[in-house]
Ligand binder design. Sequence first.
Ligand SMILES: Cc1cc2nc3c(=O)[nH]c(=O)nc-3n(C[C@H](O)[C@H](O)[C@H](O)COP(=O)(O)O)c2cc1C
Length: 351
Amino acid sequence: MGLLYTEFKLRGTTLRNRLVMSPMCMYSSQNGYVSDWHMVHYPSRAVGGAGLIILEATAVEERGRISPLDLGIYRDEHTEGLSRLCKLCKEFGAKVGIQLAHAGRKAESYPPWERDKVKVRGTKDAIAPSSIPFGKNWLPPREATLEDIKEIQNSYRLAFKRAVEAGFDLIEIHAAHGYLIHEFLSPLTNKREDSYGGSFENRVRFLIEVVRIARKEIPDNIPLSVRISAVDYVEGGWTLEESIELVKLLKEEGVDLIDCSSGRISEEEGFVEYPGHQVPFAEEIRKKTDARTMAVGVIRTYEQAEEIISNGRADLVAIGREFLRDPYLPLRWAKQAGLKPEVPRQYIRAW
Ligand SMILES: Cc1cc2nc3c(=O)[nH]c(=O)nc-3n(C[C@H](O)[C@H](O)[C@H](O)COP(=O)(O)O)c2cc1C
């Protein structure tokens, strides 16, 4: 038997298996609140056997939403719905995490299905390390002042507090995909001349400070994950070597898991998807830093997932789109592997 269906412990959180539902925006919120959609969508994956469900990019500030329909954690009033959702998923055996996000220069003021209709993309409220638009047809963001930086970090502080109050088993900081934190990391988007730009130490400063705030706000038994884009795929951009150096620092600051994605910082990137295309990042980072890593990206079959875990290339696998096609994927794969999955008794006659 392989290791995919074995428990995994991070601080005080023990997962029933190594299969994680990757964070995926549902664009189903009004003013940031949990909706009926969320109450159906996430618990279904808990019934389906996921070890850990990481809720979609959840905005720490209203202006940090990817779209006006994003889930939010920028008001105290958001906590109640998040808490109900978290509790319901846990009733079905899954552990639940939340991804805290700020869209930076990629914030937009219309739903994603209207992107093709707008002439100029983005929003006039967007804020970023430097005033460089994401692409040709995008509004430029405003460059954050040192005061803005303090304000955004305070929004993170409040978001961490609310996430703990809501009862999440893990908190993930979204530092990937060209959103605010990634914009500080990458030399392509960070042209600042103060202590937050220029050298590697300066570009990672914003994230390191956010991690310090997190570790102060969240209890010791709750694990902290950071999703990074391991590379930018653009000349002069963020590199795997920098990711490795960053992860060494993150480990020292009490980060427990590195969720290894890539790209999305620039319209010009040469990003190509194929089965397991980001697994080598999780593998290399794990090897060079001894950090626990999560692999993600076009992991579509039981064999692929088992190979990654059992060969020690990553500690966890995150599944995105395949989980949208089949909420019961962990049960289905377990059966395929010849295991006897713990099927909810209401469904036993089907197994
Ligand atoms: C509908 C959708 C929404 C997504 N939203 C997020 C998100 O909120 N945060 C994030 O880090 N990645 C997001 N992603 C990326 C996924 O988490 C995942 O990394 C990506 O889809 C690759 O995995 P897959 O090939 O298994 O789908 C999204 C992907 C999809 C398809």
